[in-house]
Ligand binder design. Structure first.
Ligand code: NAD
Length: 384
């Protein structure tokens, strides 16, 4: 894709996240990207979304049918922003049509489905990138670099949490929250994946999983948006606790819950022998990283270094979801190397699958170091 021509992308699924995150982020890159179609089975949503971006995407279409999107020979790729259970089918159709794909999480409904998609993308030499955009956010890139210097020793322990009441209580949420409380989604797929992507991105591959789960609040009343006052039945666990063992010997604990009114503790702690790194706020790409140093050389240096990442570059948009959208555009244009690979998303789905088995059977699950198909990892993208 040349510097003059914009990359043509379609939005498949035009719900809450499109208006909350994707369009605001993509509008900042309007000189690089054009939205060719806003596709949604709900014609009102498709049309409203097309109207919201037509000032910088002339001629944007509003089809209800994915096939109409895939027939557009000018199209280079799609953002797959449908509800979680529909992701796999949509990505598969788009890859078969020769398109590049950025998928909201999860990549697929099962680890096997995710591996098949990764294989399809690799076989067709298409990009398949997957949210959440944790490892594309500057503070996580910074932390990875800092850990890789080895100056503080290797990371030996991580503690992470993503705990709230879920989308039924999310301020101003416009989507249908019931899908998030279904047996195949739940807190681990919807929010725990942020923690898991951070941990696997920073500490490497997970080999052992122990999990406990419980259902704490079986019925929810939707608070905002078009579904307000509806009751939602919680189908699976809404509290999930994980313990992870990494290949390199590091350990981690994760709290993933849709049944916690407030949890003000750190989003993520990463500990080495000589430093502790504390991160807050999963959704804010430019949030600070505090570091506690415990260096016993000479007279010793001990104490907190607040916002230790202040010198690192800032993301154009602070919204982590938007960072992922802009990363896909940049990779499509050959401006950035892909950081959100389907291989990472496959590994996270394997951990989620293992956690479910561990909860069900009361066992520790071992993950083999099975190779996942290498993602289509070209930085530059040829014309279709
Ligand atoms: N809303 C957020 O804040 C947020 C944040 C991060 C990630 N996400 C992820 O974004 C995705 C969408 O979430 P949302 O909150 O926008 O949900 P939503 O319910 O508001 O929107 C989903 C849209 O997809 C449409 N849709 C349903 N089936 C479809 C299909 N087969 N093809 C095309 N469109 C289809 C629906 O009509 C709806 O308009 C989910 O994977 C979610 O986990 C959402």
């Amino acid at each position: 894709v040349s510097g003059e021509s914009r990359v043509n992308l379609a939005l498949v699924g035009c719900g809450d996240v499109v208006h909350r995150s994707y369009l605001p982020a993509l509008a900042t890159a309007r000189d690089k990207v054009r939205i060719a179609a806003c596709c949604d089975p709900d014609p009102v949503r498709a049309e409203q979304t097309a109207r919201a971006c037509e000032s910088w995407s002339a001629g944007v279409q509003a089809p209800q049918d994915l096939d109409a999107v895939l027939e557009d020979s000018q199209l280079s790729g799609i953002f797959n922003l449908a509800p979680a259970p529909a992701h796999e089918t949509i990505s598969q159709a788009a890859l078969h049509a020769g398109l590049h794909v950025y998928s909201e999480k999860p990549l697929a409904s099962t680890p096997e489905g995710a591996l098949a998609l990764a294989g399809l993308a690799a076989g067709r030499d298409r990009l398949l990138l997957c949210a959440p955009a944790i490892m594309a956010a500057p503070r996580f890139r910074w932390l990875k670099q800092v850990l890789e210097t080895g100056q503080f020793g290797p990371a030996t322990l991580a503690i992470g949490r993503y705990a709230n009441l879920g989308p039924a209580a999310l301020l101003g949420y416009q989507g249908d929250p019931s899908v998030h409380y279904s047996a195949n989604v739940g807190p681990l797929i919807d929010q725990g994946v942020y923690v898991l992507h951070a941990m696997t991105g920073l500490l490497g591959e997970v080999r052992q999983i122990q999990a406990l789960g419980a259902q704490a609040i079986p019925c929810r009343r939707v608070r905002y948006g078009p579904h307000a006052s509806n009751n939602v039945a919680v189908e699976g666990c809404d509290h999930i606790l994980l313990q992870l063992g990494f290949e390199n010997g590091a350990l981690a604990q994760v709290l993933s819950s849709f049944a916690v009114p407030a949890s003000p503790g750190p989003a993520l702690e990463v500990h080495t022998a000589r430093a502790s790194f504390i991160l807050d706020d999963w959704q804010h790409a430019n949030a600070p990283v505090d570091v506690y140093l415990d260096d016993q050389h000479g007279g010793g240096v001990q104490g907190w270094l607040r916002a230790a990442n202040q010198g690192c570059e800032k993301a154009v948009v602070d919204d982590l979801v938007g960072v992922g959208a802009l990363h896909f555009v940049a990779v499509m244009r050959g401006e950035e190397a892909p950081l959100l690979s389907s291989a990472d998303a496959c590994q996270v789905l394997q951990i989620v699958g293992a956690a479910r088995r561990s909860i069900r059977d009361g066992i520790t699950v071992e993950l083999p170091s099975a190779p996942v198909p290498s993602p289509s990892a070209r930085a530059a993208v040829r014309e279709r």
